[in-house]
Design a protein around this ligand. Structure first.
Ligand code: IPE
Ligand code: IPE
Ligand code: MG
Length: 229
């Protein structure tokens, strides 16, 4: 059983809005609770020996939301970066952003770049997908690929043009809040990922639910197109 280890866990952190509604709070309070949930999950991942945690924090489609919600989310992110800096450095956690970072404010872009630089080389990596869309990432990679030239291994060369260059594909993708879709997340990288869906809303995602996801993964037979053993 134990050979099915997760090197890379990816999470679609969904349900913050519904959590807020359930508690008669503004949507932004749901996002704040979601940020705390991310903090906890990151530490469980580290303890479980996982090397990469990628979280979907803001999609290319999330710009459609109200100005107030978008601004609140951006502020929360900026706050997260400042509040977590010391802790990330102390715990050897590298921070990395994937997505259309040029869409973010110059100030936020600077804060991200500075944190990426300061946390480089950590043995655990937190990857935050921000203004991220799988299609957008693939289209940008295609342009880069066409410009660069490549060797014989086309898939490998193409993957190196993606924002996730150097990061292994996710082994398990978790989505909270009961939605059964991928919503433009890691389209290329998810080719052979396992999926775990739960009705739990992201701010309520606790250690028991985390363990359930890990146990579920450990029982899967990953054949990658090969035959049953
Ligand atoms: C996920 O929670 C966080 C983001 C998309 C930024 P939602 O805000 O989508 O929460 P629901 O789906 O409305 O409950
Ligand atoms: C996906 O959640 C994006 C993030 C979690 C950041 P959404 O709430 O935006 O996805 P849909 O609209 O339900 O597909
Ligand atoms: Mg949602």
């Amino acid at each position: 059983m134990e050979n099915r280890k997760i090197e890379h866990l990816a999470v679609i952190m969904d349900g913050n809005g519904r959590w807020a509604k359930k508690h008669h709070l503004p949507r932004l309070a749901g996002h704040r609770a979601g940020a705390e949930s991310l903090d906890r999950t990151m530490h469980w991942c580290k303890e479980a020996g996982i090397s990469y945690l990628t979280v979907y924090a803001f999609s290319t489609e999330n710009w459609k939301r109200s100005k107030g919600e978008v601004a609140g989310l951006m502020k929360l992110l900026s706050h997260f970066i400042k509040a977590k800096e010391k802790e990330l450095i102390k715990n050897g956690i590298a921070f990395r952003v994937i997505g259309r970072r040029e869409d973010l404010s110059p100030k936020l872009q600077k804060e991200i770049a500075a944190l990426e630089e300061k946390t480089k080389g950590g043995d655990f990596t937190l990857v935050v997908a921000l203004s991220y869309g799988g299609r957008d990432e693939i289209v940008r990679a295609a342009a880069k690929f066409a410009e660069q030239g490549h060797g014989d291994n086309l898939e490998e060369a193409f993957a190196s043009c993606l924002d996730t260059a150097g990061i292994p594909d996710p082994d398990l993708i978790v989505r909270t809040s009961g939605e059964l879709r991928i919503s433009n997340f890691l389209l290329w990288q998810a080719a052979y990922a396992e999926f775990y869906f739960t009705d739990v809303l992201w701010p309520d995602f606790d250690k028991a639910e985390f363990d359930k996801a890990i146990v579920s993964f450990s029982k899967r037979e990953r054949r990658m197109g090969g035959r049953l053993k």
